[in-house]
Design a protein around this ligand. Sequence first.
Ligand SMILES: *Cc1c(COP(=O)(O)O)cnc(C)c1O
Length: 361
Amino acid sequence: MTTRLDDLPLRDDLRGLVPYGAPQAALPVALNVNENTHPIPSEVADDILDGVARALRDVNRYPDREFTALREAFADYLGHGLSAAQIWAANGSNEVLQHVLQAFAGPGRTAFGFAPTYSMYPLLTRATGATWLAGTRESDFTVSAESAAAQVAETGPDVVFLCAPNNPTGTPMTLDVIEAVYDVAPGIVIVDEAYQEFAPRDERSALSLLPGRERLIVSRTMSKAFAFAGARVGYLAADPAVVDALRLVRLPYHLSALTQAAALGALAHAPTMLAMVDEIVSQRDRISATVSALGYEPHESWTNFVLFGGVPDPAATWQALYDRGVLIRDVGIPHALRVTAGTAEETTAFLDALASVGSRA
Ligand SMILES: *Cc1c(COP(=O)(O)O)cnc(C)c1O
């Protein structure tokens, strides 16, 4: 007889939960989890390998627990006058967000976000023992400063997640919304800028709001624009006191010496690593224009993906694309599907497959 979860002495608050599970199918065209599908340029890969090789010689010792060189490199990359004391990093921004919840939410507390938003927020919230509260957006997935502030004032959450721009919808969030939410929030406000590098160049980052706002956190990741999803590196900028709070909950030596070396190597080549961003943005805009011409309704996107509505039967269209070797994502939004902008060839394969499926799938 096989053991089921219910047979185990599992925490009561974990019973009935479902783990994160984006399909990892080996299809020729994988455009389902917003990865950067462009591989790392080989001259950068060589440099990263040299750094990792040097780190390997000292791997009998624990790594720099404070990852000082890496924090300095992130401060340099982000600009805005930030210093290393304001930077934190972990194994993917998912772990960064987990640290924030462990320090500022946890049992008996609440975390809040405007749904639909990143599916990991409720999972991380519940896994750390806190309660998830879902707010609402307009039908076009925007949220105004007035509505956002009113919802946060009414629920009074310990942690507010603002996904800017938002996953899975691509929707931009303007700084006035962030300021309005911060002014009424009793606790931490975390702006998740996982896709910031894909936003229009002249748009200001929430990093510009940090001075004087000690409860504001801005998180970033190397997984998307930096083509580093497999290396697992995320980071944040905040008041140095917030960083001190995160030191209370992290595991000692949580960032391995190899991870630190790889991330430093990639950051030293930031302009080359980010060279593909403009190309990806042009493929994203090509997806929006073409799906629109096919009769679907793309939502405005400042990210590396497009959510398009007007899909009569998303499960059937998803399957028809799958059968043609193209993996995209059904994020559970009625009559909509999400596709990541890939290389020009991958994007063409997706658009051709979608055209051959027809909107009446
Ligand atoms: C992809 C993504 C992340 C990044 O997660 P990592 O753990 O850094 O790979 C964070 N937030 C959002 C909204 C994302 O879409």
